[in-house]
Design a protein around this ligand. Structure first.
Ligand SMILES: C[S@@+](CC[C@H](N)C(=O)[O-])C[C@H]1O[C@@H](n2cnc3c(N)ncnc32)[C@H](O)[C@@H]1O
Length: 427
């Protein structure tokens, strides 16, 4: 397929997402199934246009002067694919599968619309109702932070130190531009792709099958690192999901001590069993029933709460979630977070730590939750996060933002997904 056909397909998929309120991944998969002639390169290019259009929905629409799928598709190519409007029209000329080229009035709008003159929420590529949330979290930097959350993400990997090390993983991934991450000690980064390219399918690598590495954003690796799990500790990973953090904690503990991995949704824990086997993590016990946790009350050195959240810190990877999010969903997550903090913290022993993590950038889910928890539970005090950070990453306070209760990582500041981290010690 030429660019015109790929753009037309992307517009069709964007329409499907909008009309049927579908996740982007599902709509793309369906398109692929009903257009089997399209090759892997075509699918990657169509996926890139769709995801670029969703990440940059406001600015793409503003640039072309409309909010239709067509405007978003064209806008994405103009913003992210280094194409001028005139060059794009020339490329589409004579391609019978291409959408109608940009009209004279669209070309005039594009020529008149300078993105640096667009309203703030357009430059931040966020829904209007989220603008005050970002402004509260980032002050004068909120537009730049929003824009960074709308950029293409890298592919990050954590070398599994139980089986390999970072240099061996990088050597295995030769030819992929894999390089050490800036902060995470076992992290490997493959930079964001350009244009119609796609990241390598690293899960097809023999080294992945052998358990040498896991896919994990650098921010998630840093949060696990800062939690400070040590060999011999008793740890409860209370919202373990598929085990991204569990596996990192287990490697840090060198398989010594015990991790209890719990999640209220049994089905979310299911993929963990395969991951544990492949990675040779032998100190993890999966505990799906809440009743089986009661014996742990007051005995844990560390309780990790990787809380359910809006995921606003991962908008680069799941841009459709940005437009589906509602105030009501945020309120539901907030209620869940405070209930989980109260319950999970009962498992910490005196002198132990509860670590609260979200992949959200909103204060409402982060510092506010921690402040309210500490007010309700006077036995807990936050640790000195500046000291904790410089103990792990000396001289790199430029890469983090410290708040009164904890610290946060963002694409703009840290080059990672958005994460919040707060550690509280029980007296
Ligand atoms: C951010 S995800 C966890 C991701 C996982 N820790 C990782 O690193 O891959 C949050 C998890 O919290 C779980 N959860 C939601 N409410 C919960 C509750 N009340 N108790 C325990 N887990 C809960 C969700 O099912 C979800 O799997």
């Amino acid at each position: 397929m030429r660019l015109g056909g790929r753009l037309a397909a992307a517009i069709e998929v964007l329409d499907d997402i909008e009309r049927r309120h579908r996740p982007a991944a599902d709509a793309l998969k369906d398109w692929g199934l009903s257009h089997r002639f399209a090759g892997a390169g075509d699918r990657a290019a169509i996926g890139n246009i769709v995801y670029d259009a969703l990440r940059r929905k406001r600015s793409a629409g503003w640039l072309v002067g409309d909010e239709t799928s067509r405007a978003l598709g064209f806008g994405a190519l103009l913003l992210e694919w280094d194409q001028s409007a005139e060059a794009l029209n020339q490329t589409l000329d004579g391609d019978k599968f291409a959408p109608e080229p940009l009209s004279a009035s669209e070309l005039a709008t594009i020529a008149n619309h300078k993105l640096n003159e667009a309203p703030d929420a357009v430059r931040a590529d966020c829904p209007d109702w989220c603008a005050p949330l970002l402004e509260r979290a980032f002050g004068a930097e909120w537009v730049a932070e929003g824009a960074a959350l709308a950029a293409r993400p890298p592919l990050d990997i954590r070398a599994n130190t139980l089986k390999a090390d970072r240099d061996r993983v990088i050597a295995e991934l030769e030819g992929t531009q894999a390089a050490p991450t800036a902060l995470a000690p076992h992290g490997v980064r493959i930079p964001p792709i350009d244009g119609s390219g796609r990241h390598p399918n690293v899960q097809a690598e023999p080294a992945f099958q052998k358990g040498w590495f896991e896919i994990q954003d650098e921010g998630s690796q840093l949060a696990a690192e800062l939690a400070g799990a040590l060999p011999g500790m008793q740890v409860l990973d209370y919202c373990a999901g598929a085990g991204g953090k569990t596996l990192a904690l287990s490697a840090a503990m060198e398989n010594r001590g015990q991790i209890f991995a719990h999640d209220s949704e049994k089905s979310r824990l299911a993929p963990m069993f395969d991951r544990l086997r492949r990675s040779d993590n032998r100190n993890v016990q999966v505990v799906s029933k809440p009743s089986e946790l009661s014996a742990l009350t007051g005995h844990m050195d560390l309780v990790l709460i990787d809380a359910p959240c809006t995921g606003s810190g991962t908008w680069r990877r799941r841009p459709d979630a940005k437009w589906r999010l509602t105030q009501r969903q945020l309120d539901v997550r907030k209620a869940e977070q405070s209930a989980i903090l109260d319950t999970a913290s009962t498992f910490v022993k005196p002198g132990g730590l509860v670590v609260y993590i979200t992949c959200s950038v909103f204060d409402e889910e982060n510092a506010d939750q921690v402040a309210a928890f500490i007010e309700r539970n006077e036995r807990f005090k936050t640790v000195d996060h500046q000291a904790l950070w410089s103990q792990h990453f000396p001289g790199r306070s430029d890469a983090v933002r410290f708040g009164e209760q904890g610290l946060s990582l963002t694409p703009a500041r840290s080059g990672t997904d958005g994460f919040y981290f707060a550690a509280m010690r029980r007296a």
